[in-house]
Design a binder for this molecule. Structure first.
Ligand code: GAR
Length: 202
């Protein structure tokens, strides 16, 4: 059994896509063992309740520094023997403590074709820039902001009528499928790192 932890700060539609894939057998021999959430009251917590998934909710302001809350996160992960961390809308840069414990076993979902538009509001950034194509990236997490080796990307066309809402909605639909597909390959041991390039065995 592969144990997954999902980190989310907000709505959690991607959390739900993964939880649902586990429930319906699309992700076999896997379990979402924990939701980590840094926003007490976030919508994702309601989803976790529906799926009866354990949560670790914390308020970063209640800790002296990042290392302090990350030490507690690592303890929660190790207690549940989590082997894969999925950052899905976790709006916080991962620090040394978490990275040291899980480097190579932590992926992030980002709503643009990286390295374009890293950081916050990637959809708004793409619209303001006026690109005709944006998309979705899943990558390994390293110490940088959205900089780790890229595992998979899917383009999404931007139309002239798009607003942040309409483009976000199409991006989310693509994200849900891509995130589950990448997790499936990772759990099957088909993802290999070769320098900064990721190879996927067929
Ligand atoms: C997703 O679009 C994800 O790519 C993005 O937050 C959204 C969360 O949606 N992540 C980032 O912007 C990280 N830099 P969700 O809460 O509905 O899953």
């Amino acid at each position: 059994m592969k144990r997954i932890a999902i980190f989310s700060s907000g709505n959690g539609s991607n959390f739900e896509a993964v939880a649902e894939a586990v429930r319906n057998g699309r992700l076999a021999d896997a379990e979402v063992s924990l939701l980590v959430c840094d926003k007490p009251g976030a919508g994702v917590l309601e989803r976790a309740k529906r799926f009866e998934i354990d949560t670790f909710v914390f308020d970063p302001k209640a800790y002296p520094d990042k290392a302090a809350f990350e030490r507690q996160i690592v303890a929660e992960l190790q207690r549940r023997e989590v082997s894969l961390i999925v950052l899905a809308g976790y709006m916080r840069l991962v620090g040394e403590t978490l990275l040291q414990a899980y480097e190579g076993r932590m992926i992030n979902l980002h709503p643009s074709l990286l390295p374009a538009f890293p950081g916050k509001d990637a959809v708004g950034q793409a619209l303001s820039y006026g690109v005709k194509i944006t998309g979705v990236t899943v990558h390994m997490v390293d110490a940088g902001l959205d900089t780790g080796p890229i595992i998979a990307q899917i383009p999404v066309e931007v139309s002239e009528q798009d607003t942040t809402e309409s483009l976000s909605q199409r991006i989310h639909q693509v994200e849900h499928g891509l995130l589950v597909a990448v997790i499936d390959k990772l759990l099957a041991g088909r993802v290999r790192l070769d320098g900064n390039r990721v190879q996927i065995d067929s």
